[in-house]
Design a protein around this ligand. Structure first.
Ligand SMILES: Cc1ncc(COP(=O)(O)O)c(C=O)c1O
Length: 469
């Protein structure tokens, strides 16, 4: 132990959060419709498994890309040897065009401003290394993606200070909440280097409003700090209101020639929008050439393999495919999300109205035994161990109010979702029956106690009367 680094022995990785513990429980007893129908259903994993058939059928039709060929000739050797950390130009071009397409081509992106990374995980950490020193702070609105504790803090030593958002305004960011977080950081002697938001939000499943984005730009302008917009779910918006990228706001406000232009950075990845988390394809987009140069050098520690880049540059350049994929994928996501919402409704559970992401932000406050995080954990354990659904408690997302849970819907089939909702409904019904019998028991005890108290007082009254006589 003594010979190991502090990084190895400290627990700021966040692996002990209930978010990861739930996954471990699932791994021990995973649901399978035939082999393990009583197992735990995984609803704590933000994966999109609804549209695999689309890239698969594209691969079947594009033998050159899948077989590492160009015009029928093998390029195996070329790909095996390619290791330039600037990335394949064709892939960078295809990726920025795809990012523009997702944003309705209202903004364009320059391939020279993009840095390829092994997923958004690596992109976020790299940005921390570029923008902050150990002990500096980034402000993050709550609830936030539990992985940020690992990605932003663990190896960099950067601190996260929460911007407390609440259900009273659908967890939107407000000016007082931003200012309070900034002041809190200062009280802790932390230098604030920026704000990091996820738009669309994980775990809320909502897109940020234009006025929220304007507020953020005003705040970072005023405080002279950075803004990172993690837009990993930008192509996973399936109903209105549509997605507005931070880049669109900068352009609309003609801020290209101002210092703030170079202080806004976008994080992107194909893990969610194309459902390819295993391919490890992420990116940083920045208007600051120094950040781009430094991040490019750092990307040596987490490059995207050249065969992945080659394959995806062909896929993303096929505009017919990307258009069809987006349209079909959105339809499927919307259908599955509404199945979750109606299933929850049948169980008497509401959730935040959402239009994006692979999850819903579910309100189970009425099922808590008390308005505390202990009660939230108690409920979470019953849902994981008794109901056998792995969902993520709000506390793992640093939510400031107990009783909210993130429930994922796109990593399971329609039938599994149906079963999950049946399990949840039976649980809620049993809680209601228990509460009812508990109440009846309480009422009958009260009646008994009233009689007893009455008798007692009657008795003492009687005794007193006897005495007085
Ligand atoms: C907001 C957010 N950022 C980053 C990541 C990490 O993504 P990747 O698989 O591309 O590393 C996730 C994954 O869930 C996420 O939700």
């Amino acid at each position: 132990m003594g010979l190991l680094s502090r990084k190895v022995t400290c627990n700021s990785h966040g692996q002990d959060s209930s978010y990861f513990l739930g996954w471990q429980e699932y791994e021990k007893n995973p649901y399978h419709e035939v082999n393990n129908p009583q197992g735990i259903i995984q609803m704590g994993l933000a994966e999109n498994q609804l549209s695999f058939d689309l890239p698969e059928s594209w691969l079947a039709k594009n033998a050159d890309a899948a077989g590492f060929k160009r015009d029928g000739q093998s390029i195996f050797k070329e790909l095996a040897l390619f290791q330039d950390y600037h990335g394949l130009p064709a892939f960078k071009k295809a990726l920025v065009d795809f990012m523009a397409e997702i944003r309705g081509n209202k903004v364009t992106f320059d391939p020279n401003h993009i840095v390829l990374t092994a997923g958004a995980t690596s992109a976020n950490e790299t940005l921390m290394f570029c923008l902050a020193e150990q002990g500096d702070a980034f402000l993050l609105p709550t609830p936030y993606y539990p992985g940020f504790d690992r990605d932003l803090k663990w190896r960099t030593g950067v601190e996260i200070v929460p911007i407390q958002c609440t259900s009273s305004n659908r967890f939107q960011i407000t000016a007082p909440a931003l200012e309070e977080a900034y002041q809190q950081a200062q009280r802790k002697n932390l230098r604030v280097k920026g704000v990091l938001v996820t738009n669309p939000s994980n775990p809320l499943g909502t897109t940020m409003r234009r006025d929220e984005l304007d507020l953020l730009i005003n705040f970072i302008t005023d405080k002279e700090i950075h803004l990172i917009s993690d837009e990993i779910y930008s192509g996973t918006v399936f109903s209105s209101p549509g997605f507005v990228s931070i880049m669109e706001v900068l352009k609309d406000r003609s801020l290209e020639q101002t210092p703030v232009w170079e202080r806004v950075h976008i994080v992107y990845s194909l893990s969610k929008d194309l459902g390819l988390p295993g391919f490890r394809v992420g990116a940083i987009y920045s208007n600051d050439p120094i950040v781009v140069a430094a991040a490019t050098k750092m990307s040596s520690f987490g490059l995207v393999s050249s065969q992945t880049q080659y394959l995806l540059s062909a896929m993303l350049s096929d505009k017919k495919f990307t258009k069809e994929y987006m349209a079909k994928n959105h339809k499927r996501l919307q259908k599955q999300q509404s199945k979750l919402v109606s299933g929850l409704e049948k169980a008497g559970i509401g959730c935040l109205e959402s239009n994006a992401g692979l999850f819903c932000w579910v309100d189970m406050r009425h099922l808590l035994s008390s308005n505390t995080f202990e009660a939230e954990m108690e409920l979470w354990k019953r849902i994981v161990y008794d109901v056998k659904l792995n969902i993520s408690p709000g506390s793992s997302c640093h939510c400031s109010e107990p009783g909210w849970f993130r429930v994922c819907f796109a990593n399971i089939s329609e039938d599994t979702l149906k079963l999950a909702m049946q399990r949840l409904k039976s649980f809620v019904d049993s809680v209601a029956i228990n509460n009812q019998s508990h109440q009846e028991l309480k009422n009958s005890r009260k009646k008994f106690r009233t009689k007893w108290v009455f008798r007692l007082s009657f008795q003492s009254f009687h005794d007193r009367e006897q005495d007085e006589r």
